[in-house]
Design a protein around this ligand. Structure first.
Ligand SMILES: Cc1cc2nc3c(=O)[nH]c(=O)nc-3n(C[C@H](O)[C@H](O)[C@H](O)COP(=O)(O)OP(=O)(O)OC[C@H]3O[C@@H](n4cnc5c(N)ncnc54)[C@H](O)[C@@H]3O)c2cc1C
Length: 434
């Protein structure tokens, strides 16, 4: 049945306007950190008569997830996190016709096959010569949007914000970067509320971050008045926690949860920040060489250091950012550093393909670059005024540096600029709490 799906309208594939060869189709799944950088670099380098770029995202706007923790307490900020895709290709080189045919498609990719991406809910197939998988991961609904559109997300988040505002006691499950930032934002907006955080390891955050940084982060969270329970966890599937599991991110006064070590926590509102789900389901249909699976046991795409998937059958499929299994901390900074390598390699391959299409003999052997994890930084905001930063060579800086580097607007103004738009109202920290 799927074979009969109509192909998404794309500009002619038999030849371009100036009688040249048809464009090379690059499809990017995921319009976020890695996906946007990839798309914008390609459209700046090639006209759409040479390389046509399609970006697909299930969301109707770009969602600036770095600001997700502040959105829990600041409604104006929550709205500004959604940036229209309308001017995504503002930096595109123009074709000989004076325009371009790059496109953004809103839809959920449900299946990938050799040469084609499927959006089954919309009965659409999009062909590709090169595919970039940049689908990242999904956290709890208050942190990663569940509804694909801004309006429904804001509605849902409004309930969460109301719940937080009413709750006396808030429990945060997971003391990774998202949990830490959520605690900081909640304590900034509501210093009087009781906040408890439960985390599996001996200090907040996790390896490979230096222990000294983790100890200082734990101390900063304690200084904010947060109760921190370490070396313990909460299994929401445990019988005694089911009520909370089914009513996550809702106000239920005095619900009782049991930790793995048998401690009882009484709370009014629960925020789950651990347990990221990697968005790779749609890759399971791709036929592999029969030896290796494209998706590893941790649900991450198995890639080579060149960012190509680890299957010699598909040198034209890349996976970049949070979605892949490269050993590095999963941050936007690393996603962008990986994107630099991806772009070098993709452009090298595109150049070789263009030569091949024009019947030119390859000039030299194609040599691809490898990603090496060199990034050892992490910036954590604890509300708009405070934070803590791990800088290169292990230096640790406090509020002043954090405010300058991240906390003030959580890189939102720059993201609007990157999307070719002006932010409607500048985020004034703490101007519109709840
Ligand atoms: C609260 C918070 C604070 C953070 N702070 C920082 C920070 O200060 N510094 C830093 O470096 N990093 C930070 N991060 C991490 C950073 O946001 C991620 O590492 C980064 O966004 C990863 O980028 P990505 O492009 O790989 O994937 P993502 O940003 O996860 O984007 C994936 C995109 O793919 C789309 N998608 C998924 N599945 C499909 C599908 N089937 N079909 C179509 N589209 C799909 C999604 O809608 C999404 O837009 C923070 C994260 C959070 C949650």
């Amino acid at each position: 049945m799927l074979n009969n799906l109509p192909t998404l309208r794309v500009a002619p594939t038999t030849g371009s306007a100036d009688g040249q060869l048809p464009p090379i189709n690059v499809v990017i799944i995921g319009g976020s950190t890695a996906g946007i950088k990839t798309a914008q670099s390609l459209v700046k380098t090639y006209t759409s008569q040479q390389v046509r770029v399609t970006v697909i995202d299930k969301l109707d706007h770009h969602y600036h997830r770095i600001g997700a923790a502040r959105a829990l307490v600041d409604s104006e900020f929550a709205q500004q996190l959604w940036i229209p895709f309308t001017n995504l290709f503002h930096c595109a080189l123009l074709d000989s016709t004076g325009g371009h045919t790059h496109q953004f498609v809103q839809g959920c990719v449900t299946r990938v096959e050799e040469g084609a991406v499927y959006l089954e809910e919309q009965d659409r197939i999009i062909p590709y010569d090169y595919l970039v998988v940049a689908t990242g991961s999904t956290l709890a609904p208050s942190v990663t949007p569940e509804p694909p559109n801004k309006i429904d997300y804001l509605l849902n988040l409004g309930y969460s914000r109301k719940g937080i505002a009413q709750a006396q006691h808030i429990l945060i499950i997971g003391g990774g970067p998202v949990g830490v930032e959520a605690a900081g934002e909640i304590k900034h907006a509501f210093p009087e509320k009781e906040v408890t955080m439960v985390h599996r390891t001996t200090e907040l955050l996790g390896s490979p971050l230096p222990l000294r940084f983790r100890q200082q982060v734990t101390q900063r969270i304690l200084d904010l008045g947060v109760e921190v329970i370490l070396e313990d966890s909460i299994d929401l599937m445990d019988e005694s926690n089911l009520l909370s599991a089914y009513n996550l991110h809702q106000m239920i006064p005095n619900q009782m949860l049991r930790t793995f070590r048998g401690k009882t926590i009484t709370t009014d509102w629960v925020l789950q920040t651990d347990g990221a789900r990697i968005n790779t389901d749609f890759l399971c249909t791709l036929q592999t060489d029969g030896v290796t699976s494209l998706v590893g046991p941790n649900q991450r795409v198995r890639v080579l250091p060149t960012l190509q998937v680890k299957d010699p059958k598909y040198p034209n499929i890349y996976a970049v950012g949070d979605v892949n299994d490269l050993k590095c901390i999963k941050t936007a900074t690393n996603a962008l550093l990986q994107t630099d390598i991806l772009l070098r390699n993709l452009k090298t391959c595109i150049r070789a393909k263009m030569d091949e299409r024009q019947g030119k003999a390859p000039k030299r052997q194609v040599k691809l670059a490898s990603f090496r994890d060199k990034n050892d930084t992490m910036y954590l905001a604890l509300g708009p005024q405070k934070g803590i930063c791990l800088l290169p060579m292990g230096f640790i800086a406090g509020d002043w540096a954090a405010r300058f580097l991240k906390s003030r607007d959580l890189a939102l103004t720059g993201k609007w600029r990157q999307m070719g738009l002006e932010m409607p109202v500048s985020p004034s920290p703490s101007s519109s709490m709840t």
